[in-house]
Design a binder for this molecule. Structure first.
Ligand SMILES: [Fe+2]
Ligand SMILES: [Fe+2]
Length: 284
């Protein structure tokens, strides 16, 4: 069948119209635990991005290398898997990933916690841009039941928002913390300022995603990417040995029942406000 000039013309119009109309979509992944999770992410994320029309992917990579910290190899693998921005947490000091040995490599998309005293040569505020919409991301570490000494996450958010809030369309705050109360409080505190507040660190996804009254999309914990036949990503028998007998042993990264945990958040392209947040569990 011949295709007329008009038919040819018709194809791009709905496509362009759809691109203009549909939401700006962010996919945010919970802590990536070890090599099995990196490999699984590499196999699944590119396709997930396409079928879900995702504009920007943010992922916490604090456990990406052997379950503790991140190295250059893992940063490159996550980039190849099409993660745009990598955030880190309390394991940021476990590996000297951007030290002298790796000078000359680009770490501009790796976001370190902003309320921790350190001399790591990485940004504590990272901007990702897609289709003219700028998304700025920062991470604060919590203070309840956490080992690292950090400054107040609430005051640090104020400082970061005052410094960078006007320069981006959507401000994203990740609170990497143990206590659900501290994370929930952080969501309320940033409501109406941040477009999205997500919690990370516990590796267990919470079922409380919602849009807060002043427009901030929120979830207490994204969960983790890694083996769910495990104790938060680590081998069950070695963790039990440690808890029950008090034996200090290497906690191997588990490999069975791989899953990706996270959320997808939609933003209105005009107002830049969050319109929907949905958590997901992607199974092998
Ligand atoms: Fe953590
Ligand atoms: Fe973690």
């Amino acid at each position: 069948m011949a295709i007329s000039f008009l038919d040819k013309l018709r194809f791009p119009i709905p496509y362009v119209f759809d691109r203009m109309q549909r939401s700006f979509r962010v996919l945010y992944l919970g802590d990536i635990v070890g090599r099995p999770a990196r490999k699984f992410l590499g196999e699944r994320l590119p396709h997930m991005r396409e079928v879900n029309n995702v504009d920007l992917v943010i992922a916490n990579g604090e456990n990406a290398t052997s379950g503790a910290g991140i190295n250059l190899k893992a940063i490159h693998e996550l980039g190849a898997a099409r993660v745009d921005i990598i955030t880190l947490g309390d394991h940021v000091l476990d590996r000297d990933f951007c030290g002298e040995a790796n000078e000359g490599h680009d770490f501009s998309n790796v976001c370190i916690p902003c309320n921790l005293e350190n001399n790591i040569k990485c940004p504590d505020f990272v901007v990702g841009e897609c289709g003219g919409i700028k998304v700025g991301v920062c991470v604060v570490l919590g203070r309840q039941f956490m080992k690292l000494q950090v400054s107040c996450p609430f005051k640090k958010f104020d400082e970061m928002f005052a410094k960078y809030g006007a320069s981006v369309d959507i401000f994203v705050l990740e609170i990497h913390a143990e206590a659900t109360s501290e994370k929930i409080a952080c969501g309320w505190y940033a409501d109406g300022k941040a477009g999205l507040v997500v919690g990370s660190h516990t590796h267990v996804q919470t079922a409380d995603e919602r849009i807060l009254p002043n427009g901030t999309a929120y979830i207490t914990d994204l969960g983790m990417c890694g083996a769910h036949r495990s104790v938060i990503g680590r081998d069950i028998s070695s963790v039990l040995e440690s808890f029950v007998n008090g034996t200090r042993c290497k906690l191997a990264v588990a490999e069975e029942d791989l899953r990706l945990n996270g959320c997808i958040v939609d933003f209105d392209r005009v107002t830049k406000s969050a319109t929907k947040i949905s958590r997901f569990v992607h199974l092998a």
